[in-house]
Each structure stands twice: as C-alpha cells, then as structure tokens.
Design a protein around this ligand. Structure first.
Ligand code: ADP
Ligand code: ZN
Length: 719
C-alpha cells in the first residue's frame, strides 16, 4: 500500500518525497482508522486525504467552509488529472445537476461540498446510494466554539457522520490548541482518535524584525528585493491601508488595497488580481488571507504590530507555502505598543484587559528577543523547540560589519552607470551587470555594452546592498523623482583608480530546505514565469495552479530538455507533463541553445535543496577553470561549453581573480599578434598593472583587440 501511495505522489502530483507525517497519516487512513491531522498552513494537509482518495474504491467527501478554497482545490486536482468536483451554492443550476449526475455515475473520486449543502436531504440520500469510503472535514476547527472561526452548521456534520458508517473520518486543521483538538474529536466521534501533530516550525520563512524608524522608506527598500514577486503588507487600520496603497501606487508599484470597508465586488476583484499574479502586492488589514491558497507569496510585511503571536503566525504563514524561501518583516515601533496599550485600557472587562496585555507582552518579547526568533515563536505554541540557531532569522544571521575593499565592484557599477548614460536606477544597472535578458535591457541595447554580464560574482541582492552603500556614502546621487543614479566627483575618483571604496558585503547565505534565487538562472526563471502566466490566462486559472515557483526554479536550475528529465522536476506529474511539458521545454531548449548551457542531471530528490552553486556563474567558472587546469585545451573547452573565446577567457580570468591558481596554458599560441607586439603588450601590463584592460587598450590607441588583451593578460598573470 505505501508503495502505491509513493508512486501516486510522483506520477500524479510530481513530488519526490512525502513531507513530515504525510506518509504516516496516509497509511493510517488506508487502514481505515480515523485521524485528526494538525499541521501548520502550507504543511501539506491536502495530500493526506487526496492520495487515499485515489486508492479507495468509493467516493471521498470533503467538507470545506470556504467556496474559494474548494474551487482552488478542485482546480488543482483537475489540473493533475484527478476527477474532483464541487457542490455549493456558487454553481449554476446546470453545473450543479451535471455534478449530481457524475456522482450517480460514480465517475468522481473527490467531492468537495459546503456544510449546508451536505446537510440537504436530497444530497444525503444521493450520497447514501453510492459507496463512500472517506469523510474528510477540512478546517475542522470551525466545529469548535473554542476555535477562532466557529461555524454552527459545522457542528451538524457530526450527525451526518452516522449516515456513512463505512467511511473513515479525517479531520484537518492548522489550529494547535489542545482544547480545540479535543472538541473536534468529541464532536465528530472520531473513534480511538489518533492525532497527528506536525511541527509548527516553518523552516523556509526568514524572520526579521526591524525598528520602525521610517516605515515607508523601509518598506520601499525591502520591496526592492522582490521585483515581480507577490507579497502582502498588513496594516492596523483601513486608513493606513488606503494611504500606503496609494503611496506605493504613486511609485508605480502594482498594488491593491483590501479591507472590510471596501465593497464586496472590489474586494473580490482585488483578491482575484493578486491570486492571478496580475497584481503584485496587496495592502490589507488582517481581514485578508482566509481562503487563499496562493502558494507563491514571497514576502509578508507587518507595517504595524499584529494583535498576538497567533495572528502574526497565521499571517506570516501565508508566505512560502510552496516551501521556497520567503521573507517576513515586522516593523516594530514603540509608538505602536503605546497605541495598543491605550486601546486595551479602554476595555471594561478586567479579564479581557488581562488577556490582551498577555498577548501584547508575548509579541513584544518576540520582537525584542536577542535569541533565535523561532524560540519564542514556536515555544508559544507549546512545542518543545530545541534548536538554538535556525539560520533563518535576523538574530541568527547578523551581518558581519567588517569593512572590506570593494573597489573593483564599485568600478564595475559606476562604469555601468556611465555607459548607460546615468539615466537608470540600481535595478537596471544590476540587470546589466548580471547579464539579464530583461526586456528593458535588450530594448536599450544594453546587452551590447562592455559592462554587460561582468558582475556575476555577486547576487542581485548583494549588488542591491552595495548600491545602497554607494548612495549612502555619497558616491552616487539618486534622482529623487525617477530614482536614476548619477556619478559625481567622488565616484569618478574611484573609477579612475585614484581612490578606493570600502564597504560591507552581504553574506550570500544559502539555506536548508530552500532554493535561494541565486541557485537558479533568474533570466530563464523570468521567461518561464511569463509562459506560466500566459498559460494560466488561457486556462482561466491562477498561475500557481499550472506550476509552483518551486517547479519553475528547478527548471531554471537543471535546464531539463527532454520529457524524461522534465519528469524528474518537482511538481511535474503525468497530466501536467502532457498538458504543459512542450511549452516549457521549448523555452528551456531555446534559452539553453542561445546561452550554450547544457542540461544538469537532477540526481535524486535530495539533490535540489543542497545548493550546488553558491553564486550563479561561479560554478561554471570553477568547472571551466578546473577543466583547464587538468589539461583541457582552449578550443576543447569552447566546444564543450558552446561558448565564444572571449567568454571562455573571462571565465578563466574570474577563476584567477577568485584566488585560484591557473596553469600557464599556451595562451600565446592562440594570439594572432606578432611576437614583437606580444612583448610590447606584456611590457605595458608590467607598467600599468593588469587589473583593467582599458588603459592598456588606450595605450595602443585601440589598435589591439580586447580578445588579444584578454589572452595576453591570462598569460601575464598565470606565468
Ligand atoms: P495546507 O492545506 O496544509 O495549508 P497544502 O495541502 O495546500 O497545505 O500544501 C501546501 C503546498 O505544498 C501545496 O502547494 C502542495 O502542493 C505542496 N505539497 C504538499 N505535499 C507536498 C510534498 N510531499 N512535496 C512537495 N510539495 C508538497
Ligand atoms: Zn534563528
């Protein structure tokens, strides 16, 4: 049996491994034992009953309180080729009766149903006439008056349970309190209740708390790290939501507000735009998020203090459901706590005041802790969290503030500003430096500049961090209106080699269980993302239903170019391979042939989380450098990697620059210069140094091509 489950996991859902507890729960259910499953949001509850549903002969009924959640689940199941349908009041009469017919014909594996629909006599009679193997109660905490979301109609499901004596009962929730858990088991008469309680540690969330100094600027700075990515900003009040959304929109962010004061249609529309990746950011009061399954939320900002650790945990939990790294920033201001204290003091009931103070204190403890943030957070939920360092919070990864010589980086950056006419902001400059194929780069012909692609040694984030230092330290001025960066006297001195630049380099930390953006090819990712959006719009479905961010990032890390290698990618099951395989393969093949990139084997499921390359471009450099050192010739390497001479030479140079020794290959034999010319060039290197080629180029009045200079420099340096 478990084998069958594992096979289905890959062939239908495209996943290699079960998440913690999934396998145990599935086996338990398949043996027809009732279960209560408690997992944090994003933990992977759905598979726990979906895989048994595929193995059972009869129907699996899933009761779910929210129409949007049901729709989402059914869509995702249909995408992977599972016959799932829903019954609720949102269906047209025709669709409704079609679905009834499908149940009668026993064509359906999973039926999602609203509680009030399930309680209808005619529906019950229909369902009793077909074999039902499993009754699943999603969001089961709605059963409990102690839960935060009690729904009276949920209580009555208990009665329904008796009508399906042969069905095993599975209740699922993300609510951790023992009180609610007891309530669920008691009201559903879950026999010999077996509880499965997963850890509340969401390892892929990076937790950061910053003193709230200038929240708007802090937010802008934070957002710079997430171009084109989805995120939520939570505010305390509607007014704050409106103001912040307006200010961000004025800065051309793609953003919509969401709060209880908006008309229903507006709210619904804004949410839909967000889910479909048509809008990047939602600014919301806490009202936003229930019933959202969007898996590719990459950041959550708390602009104001949340109400309690519970609500904070729930809100950050909406990020990173695909298991990829996501960032959570809490802006913590003493003014906010005073405001909340004031509101608490207005409460009449002393008991209420006490609980409110308790929640506030716990939250302040969390914000002010100098320990790993996961300690106060996870222990709050009564879990015995033992680790002392998680490496995924600000306290565990404090930057080392050592000032180092970053003159070369500064020169690259400044010269790129110069060559692009001092008209662009840092994002664009970084794109050029990192050889991005973004439309804007190509449109301006910036892929033809000599500074194109010379900055691969640092990640986007590291460059952005550097750029902020350049501005802060007065080497660049920033146009207040357009954000374009301009050189000044100070930067010119650095450019001319007359002054050095000292600053800090952000550590490019890689993380367990997550693929940091640096581990995949971000230009390819962007092309794949656009294709996903196109297909999603065609299919009228949210993009993450087609493929998750994790799937795209694996494609952009392994470059699969055949159906077989595509199947090894996370999230690619048989149905999706058939539907979308060709579209994505075409893009990958085209990209790889243009860039001369070969497919990388994905060797087993464990391979991905271990970053193979610290910085994009680096591993290729190391590969090439090592191959060269082991005796491979220049023409052989050009052919093997499908690259031009100049590209090869710049890899070898970078290899040297990284402090690795390079053998003195016969560089000179590839030069077309006469021995006399070669001698003179080497002399000039002797005089001017070999760090920059431009002065050497100028010294010969531009008569000696850069390729030649590159060759001779390598000869010069590897002697
Ligand atoms: P929950 O209902 O617990 O909030 P979901 O069931 O929606 O979580 O799962 C969250 C995400 O994780 C989904 O995108 C799902 O496809 C994915 N997922 C679930 N199980 C696995 C697994 N074993 N391997 C990889 N991804 C998984
Ligand atoms: Zn930590």
């Amino acid at each position: 049996m478990p084998n069958q489950a594992k096979t289905l996991l890959k062939s239908v859902f495209g996943y290699d491994e079960f998440r913690p507890l999934q396998a145990e729960v599935i086996e338990h259910i398949l043996q027809r034992n009732d279960a209560l499953v408690v997992m944090p949001t994003g933990g992977g509850k759905s598979l726990c009953y979906q895989i048994p549903a595929l193995i059972f002969e009869g129907l699996t009924i899933v009761v779910s309180p929210l129409i949007s959640l049901m729709k989402d689940q059914v869509e995702q199941l249909q995408q992977v080729g599972v016959s799932a349908i829903l019954l609720n009041s949102s269906l047209s009469p025709r669709a409704y009766s079609e679905n009834l017919q499908k149940i009668k014909n026993r064509e359906v594996r999973l039926l999602y149903v609203a509680p009030e629909t399930l309680l209808k006599q005619n529906i019950l009679t229909l369902l009793e006439s077909v074999p039902v193997d499993c009754l699943t109660i999603d969001e089961a905490h709605c059963i409990s008056e102690w839960g935060h979301d009690f729904r009276p109609e949920y209580r009555q499901i208990a009665r329904v349970r008796q009508r399906f004596p042969g069905a095993v009962c599975v209740a699922l929730t993300a609510t951790a309190t023992p009180r609610v858990q007891e309530d669920i088991c008691a009201s559903l008469h879950i026999e010999q209740p077996r509880k499965f309680i997963a850890s509340f540690n969401r390892e892929n969330l990076f937790l950061r708390v910053a003193a709230k100094v200038d929240p708007f600027s802090q937010t802008l700075e934070f957002l710079q790290q997430f171009p084109n990515q989805s995120g939520i900003i939570y505010c305390f009040s509607r007014k704050q939501v409106e103001m912040l959304a307006d200010s961000l929109a004025a800065r051309s962010f793609s953003v919509r507000p969401y709060h209880a004061g908006l008309a229903d249609e507006v709210r619904k529309q804004n949410q839909e735009l967000f889910i479909r990746d048509d809008v990047q950011i939602i600014v919301a009061t806490i009202a936003f998020g229930m019933g959202i399954n969007k898996s590719n939320v990459r950041f959550v900002i708390h602009y104001d203090l949340p109400k309690s650790i519970e609500s904070y945990y729930q809100e950050i939990g909406r990020a990173g459901r695909d298991g990829l790294r996501a960032e959570c920033l809490l802006l913590f201001g003493m003014g906010d706590t005073q405001k909340i204290r004031y509101f608490i003091d207005q409460k009449e009931d002393p008991q209420q005041r006490r609980t409110a103070y308790y929640h506030l204190d716990k939250l302040v403890d969390y914000a002010e802790t100098g320990q790993c943030r996961r300690i106060p957070l996870i222990r709050y939920f009564g879990e015995d969290y033992q680790a002392t360092e998680c490496e995924m919070c600000d306290n565990c990864t404090q930057e080392k503030q050592e000032q180092i010589d970053l003159t070369i980086a500064a020169q690259k950056f400044f010269s790129c500003i110069y060559r692009t006419g001092q008209l662009f902001g840092s994002g664009h400059i970084i794109d050029v430096l990192r050889g991005s194929e973004a439309q804007k780069v190509i449109q301006h012909g910036h892929h033809n500049l000599s500074t194109y692609g010379i900055g691969l040694e640092y990640s986007k984030k590291q460059w952005a961090h550097l750029a902020r230092q350049f501005v802060r330290q007065g080497y660049l001025s920033k146009d207040p209106q357009y954000g374009s960066l301009k050189l000044n006297e100070k930067s010119r001195l650095v450019l001319g080699g007359k002054e050095k630049f000292y600053g800090t380099l952000q550590e490019d930390v890689q993380h367990r269980r997550s693929a940091a953006p640096e581990t995949y090819d971000s230009a390819l990712f962007e092309l794949l993302r656009r294709e996903r959006k196109r297909l999603a719009d065609l299919a009228n479905t949210p993009p993450y239903v087609i493929f998750s961010d994790k799937t795209l990032s694996e494609m952009a890390a392994y470059f699969p170019q055949s159906e077989q290698s595509l199947t090894a990618i996370h999230g690619v099951g048989a149905a999706k391979l058939e539907k979308y395989g060709e579209s994505f393969l075409a893009i990958i093949r085209d990209y790889c042939s243009r860039k001369g990139i070969a497919e990388r084997p994905k060797s087993g499921p464990a391979a991905f989380p271990q970053p193979r390359r610290r910085v994009k471009g680096l591993s290729r450099t190391v590969q090439i450098g090592e191959a060269f050192n082991s005796g491979r010739s220049i023409p052989e390497l050009m052919q093997e990697h499908g690259i031009k001479l100049s590209t090869l030479l710049s890899h070898l140079y970078k290899f040297l620059q990284d402090g690795r020794p390079l053998r003195n290959g016969d560089f000179l034999s590839h030069s077309r210069l006469s021995p006399e010319q070669q001698r003179r060039v080497l002399q000039v290197f002797e005089q001017l140094g070999a760090e920059r080629l431009r002065p050497v180029f100028d010294a010969f009045d531009g008569k000696i091509a850069y390729d030649e200079l590159h060759l001779l420099r390598l000869h010069f340096l590897s002697r």
